[in-house]
Structure formats: structure tokens, C-alpha cells
Design a protein around this ligand. Structure first.
Ligand code: GTB
Length: 216
């Protein structure tokens, strides 16, 4: 039996691959593992059956035999540890790739999500215009640091790894903000990730869910 992941029945991102099932789908495609998807509604995510899998009532989840996991980072790390292709074999390089996964989730994603939330939900607030530059600058600081570290390299530390997979999915959340355009080398890094055949397969699979939901 292939593993089963959960994803939005109807994603608010309209098939742009911004929900966090995308990184799990991409990791599964990179390691060549077939998988099933169980689509869940917002209401179903808060029901006991889903809460037993995910204490916070969210997607994605991952079930494989006796193992049930939540948290996209934990799921991607699990896949990377059990299948070849997403983590280097050499111990120190492996630890560094994992550090990049944490950097994506703990250092880059929080200010990026904060900015995204402000753009989505706070535009009507009296303080929005005053707060926005501060949120954008916090993201710019991290993009500048990332740009300096990347330099001329294709990937963060040697060959493409789960660290890059996680970083690219996090940075993609800036697609609509225009901020990536200010850092052409970071934008090119994201584009390299998006050009990978495994990314394309994962993206097309989640887009097909949105297209099917739109037709019904
Ligand atoms: N830390 C957890 C992880 O990494 O797995 C966070 C999981 C999470 O935030 N899941 C979201 C969810 O289930 C979907 S991805 N939300 C429903 C709820 O909390 O009730 C977040 C997301 C949603 C929508 C867009 N979008 O429309 O662009 C982007 C990202």
C-alpha cells in the first residue's frame, strides 16, 4: 500500500501550489514513491477522525502502515531519511542539509508568512500602510542574507537536497509579493527548483485537484 497524504479538498490558493501538501508531494516525487491523497474539507479537518492524525486540525498528514505523521517538515525529513535522493550520505553534509530545512522553516518562513497574512487579511486596517514596510524589510533582510550565501551556487550546500526543497517551497510564498524580483539570484534559485521534473509532477497533481473541484 502506498502512503496516504492529506490535502485541501478545495485549496484557497486556487491551484498555485502554496499549501503545505506541495512540499510533501514534491519530496515523494523526488524519491520516486507513489502515494495516495485523501482530500479533506475545512470542516472535516476539525473532526475527531482528522484530529487523531493532526492535533491542530490541519493538512498535510502522512500515513504509512503503522506510522502517522503531521508537520510538513517532519514528513519531508522522514521521507528523506528513508529514501535515497534528498539527503547526502556523508554525515556532516547530511546534518547541514537538515540545518537548511530548519532554516527554511524557522528563520525564513515566519517573516514570510507574517507578510502574507498582512497582505491577505490586514489591508483594511488603519495601521496596514504603516506596518507593511516593516514586514517587507524583515523579509528583505533574510533574502539578502540568503542571496549572499548562495553566491554563484545552484543549491544551498552542494547537490540539491531536502534543505533546498523546503527553502524553495517557503520562498515561493513570496511569488505574488514582488520581493523576489529584488533578489534575482534568489528568484533564479526558486525557478531552478520549480523546473525540476519532480516539482512539476507534484505541482500538476495539486493543480488537477483544484481544476476538478472547479468543474464540479
Ligand atoms: N506547521 C504546519 C506544517 O508545516 O505542516 C502548518 C500546517 C498548515 O499551516 N496547514 C494549513 C491548514 O491546514 C494549510 S497550508 N490550514 C487550515 C487550518 O488551519 O484550519 C497553509 C496555507 C494555506 C493556504 C495558502 N494559500 O491559499 O495560499 C497557503 C498556505
Amino acid at each position: 500500500m502506498p502512503p496516504t497524504i492529506t490535502a485541501f479538498e478545495s485549496s484557497p490558493d486556487r491551484g498555485r501550489g502554496q499549501a503545505r501538501d506541495m512540499r510533501v508531494r514534491w519530496a515523494l516525487e523526488e524519491v520516486g514513491q507513489p502515494y495516495d491523497v485523501r482530500l479533506v474539507s475545512f470542516a472535516a479537518m476539525k473532526q475527531p477522525a482528522h484530529l487523531a492524525l493532526h492535533p491542530f486540525g490541519q493538512i498535510p498528514t502522512f500515513e504509512d502502515g503503522d506510522l502517522a505523521l503531521f508537520e510538513s517538515g517532519a514528513i519531508v525529513l522522514h521521507l528523506a531519511e528513508r529514501h535515497a535522493g534528498l539527503l547526502p550520505l556523508e554525515a556532516n553534509a547530511r546534518s547541514r542539509a537538515i540545518a537548511w530545512m530548519f532554516a527554511a522553516l524557522n528563520t525564513l518562513e515566519p517573516p514570510i508568512v507574517e507578510l502574507g497574512m498582512a497582505l491577505l487579511f490586514e489591508r483594511d486596517k488603519s495601521w496596514h500602510e504603516a506596518r507593511l514596510p516593516m514586514l517587507q524589510d524583515r523579509v528583505r533582510v533574510r533574502l539578502g542574507e540568503l542571496s549572499r550565501r548562495l553566491g554563484e551556487a545552484d543549491w544551498l550546500d552542494g547537490a540539491f537536497s531536502a534543505g533546498d526543497l523546503m527553502m524553495v517551497t517557503v520562498l515561493r510564498r513570496l511569488n505574488a509579493s514582488g520581493l523576489l524580483d529584488e533578489y534575482p539570484d534568489v528568484a533564479a534559485y526558486v525557478a531552478r527548483g520549480e523546473a525540476r521534473p519532480a516539482f512539476r509532477r507534484a505541482f500538476d497533481a495539486q493543480l488537477a485537484v483544484f481544476n476538478a473541484a472547479s468543474r464540479s
